[in-house]
Each structure stands twice: as structure tokens, then as C-alpha cells.
Ligand binder design. Structure first.
Ligand code: HEM
Length: 119
């Protein structure tokens, strides 16, 4: 695989749209939507886009707190993580991202589960 995941996701324009869709799906989700009632959705979209860029080899660098710090004291359960990952897959599909890239993103995010679950 020669090009970066960032390039294969379609660069910053595509990632901004994917981040936007992820946050919209989270807010609308019956299981996890309540977690986001006090969130600034626009700021969260920018932050998620920078996080995706950073993690896929892109130029936009995420400057927020690490995942453990961000999710500490939220007591997030496994079914909520599954809902988040389902939303990420739905957002990627909505933006015509192909299966190899979807798998790659999922693999990276799943690897962070210890940093967000039940902490
Ligand atoms: C691998 C899984 C996850 C990743 C990579 C992730 C990533 C992020 C990122 C990048 C932010 C923005 C942090 C900032 O700007 O300071 C964030 C915030 C947040 N995440 Fe997660 N997250 C994950 C799982 C979850 C799960 C399962 C939940 C529970 C439903 C959740 C709930 C939240 C909430 C409530 C916020 C704060 C929103 C706000 O008030 O601004 N996250 N997450």
C-alpha cells in the first residue's frame, strides 16, 4: 500500500465531511446521544477531523487531550463503543470509503478501547 491512509480517505475535505457525519450520527443515536447534549458539535467536528487526520498521516494535527483523559470518568460501556464504531462505519460508507480503508480505521479505533472503556 503506497499512499497514506489519509490520502486513501480522500484528504482533508473528505475527512471533514466524515467527521461531520460521525458527530451527527452520535448526536442522533438513541444509545449515546445523551452523552453529547452539552457538547459544542462544531468544535467536536473540528476536533474529530484533526484526530482522524493525525491518526491517518495527514497534516492537520490533533491538539486535544489524549483519549484516556478525554473519556475519564465517563464510565463508557462496551455497547456504547460498539455504537460509536457502527457510526464510524456508517459515516465512512456514506462517504464512499472502500472496505480496506474501513477495516483499517476500525482496527486503529478498536485498539484504543482500553483508553475509553470503563475509566
Ligand atoms: C476509539 C473510540 C473513541 C475515540 C477515538 C474517540 C475520540 C474522541 C475525540 C477525538 C474527542 C474530542 C476530544 C477533544 O476535542 O478534546 C472525543 C470526545 C468525546 N467522546 Fe469520544 N472517542 C471514542 C469513543 C467514545 C465513546 C464510546 C463514547 C461514548 C458514547 C465517547 C464519548 C465522547 C464524549 C461525550 C466526548 C466529549 C464531547 C464534548 O463534550 O465535547 N467517545 N472523543
Amino acid at each position: 500500500m503506497s499512499s497514506s491512509l489519509y490520502d486513501r480517505l480522500g484528504g482533508m475535505d473528505a475527512i471533514n465531511q466524515i467527521a461531520c457525519d460521525i458527530v451527527d450520527l452520535h448526536v442522533a443515536n438513541p444509545l449515546i446521544g445523551k452523552r453529547f447534549v452539552n457538547a459544542d458539535a462544531d468544535a467536536l467536528k473540528r476536533s474529530v477531523a484533526a484526530f482522524l487526520s493525525s491518526g491517518s498521516g495527514g497534516p492537520d494535527i490533533y491538539t486535544g487531550a489524549d483519549m484516556h483523559t478525554v473519556h475519564a470518568r465517563m464510565n463508557i460501556e462496551a455497547d456504547e463503543l460498539l455504537a460509536v464504531l457502527d457510526n464510524v462505519v456508517a459515516a465512512l460508507k456514506r462517504n464512499q470509503i472502500a472496505l480496506p480503508e474501513i477495516r483499517e480505521v476500525l482496527f486503529i479505533l478498536y485498539g484504543m478501547k482500553e483508553e475509553v472503556l470503563r475509566i
